[in-house]
Design a binder for this molecule. Structure first.
Ligand SMILES: Nc1nc2c(c(=O)[nH]1)N[C@@H](CN(C=O)c1ccc(C(=O)N[C@@H](CCC(=O)O)C(=O)O)cc1)CN2
Ligand SMILES: NCC(=O)N[C@@H]1O[C@H](COP(=O)([O-])[O-])[C@@H](O)[C@H]1O
Length: 210
């Protein structure tokens, strides 16, 4: 969320962060948002007798705040088909894997256990099916032999803080549209922009001695 707020503070960014909402009163980002002068709201899902009741309150709070686009940032509640359809193509999410690989939880542990060499994160439009929506942008990072889930998560998070503001700028800037459940990116400088490779700290193998 902080990466989105900082990006939206830049002149000419095509969106403004008007509300930061959490279903957890202890979410660390709420204090940051309040300090940044952004309205905040807390809807503890446990206070509602059902998901429907929780989502009805969520929907009302967002509409009353005049929200046009929802960015899920570490939001860990599955949203119902009804809610997602009510906000079709106006809810995006970031998931810490290169979808469709490693849907769900514990993505970094599973990536290490599987032995993949490249891992990363995905920003996608949200659909009722978990982690299954049209992909807007992906950020890939190398998996190093010495990686732990923590060190890999940190490298992925660095990529996340770069790709989420990009995705938001494209969606809010009307450069991204969904056609047959695929995202068409228009007017982007070069196609490479929709894939981010972060070879940030890969030790350069010494050039082979000819
Ligand atoms: N309809 C959808 N809702 C959400 C999606 C989505 O793609 N479609 N993405 C998630 C975020 N997410 C993965 O990126 C994710 C969030 C939560 C869970 C999960 O298993 N949640 C459990 C409860 C966990 C908890 O409260 O800590 C649940 O909801 O029962 C998996 C993946 C956001 N919503
Ligand atoms: N399935 C959703 C999910 O796992 N989202 C992940 O939660 C983290 C939130 O980071 P933060 O606490 O630094 O904002 C991020 O890595 C995001 O991809």
């Amino acid at each position: 969320m902080r990466a989105l707020v900082e990006a939206a503070q830049k002149p000419g960014f095509p969106a403004s962060i008007e509300l930061v909402l959490s279903n957890r009163a202890d979410a660390a980002g709420l204090a940051y948002a309040a300090d940044a002068g952004i309205a905040t709201a807390v809807l503890p899902h446990g206070d509602y007798e059902s998901r429907e009741a929780f989502e009805a309150a969520l929907d009302a709070t967002l509409r009353e705040a005049g929200i046009e686009l929802i960015c899920l940032a570490g939001f860990m509640r599955l949203l119902s088909d009804e809610f997602v359809e009510g906000w079709r193509n106006r809810v995006i999410n970031i998931h810490p894997s290169l979808l469709p690989s490693f849907r769900g939880l514990r993505t970094h542990e599973r990536a290490l256990a599987t032995g993949v060499r490249v891992h990363g994160a995905t920003v996608h439009y949200v659909r009722a099916e978990m982690d299954d929506g049209p992909i807007i942008v992906q950020g890939a990072v190398p998996v190093l032999d010495e990686d732990t889930a923590e060190s890999l998560a940190a490298r992925v998070l660095e990529a996340e803080h770069r790709i989420y503001p990009l995705a938001l700028s494209w969606v809010a800037g009307r450069k991204a549209r969904v056609v047959a459940e695929k995202v068409i990116l228009e007017g982007l400088p070069t196609p490479e922009d929709s894939v981010l490779i972060v070879p940030s700290d890969v030790p350069q193998a010494d050039a082979p001695q000819n």
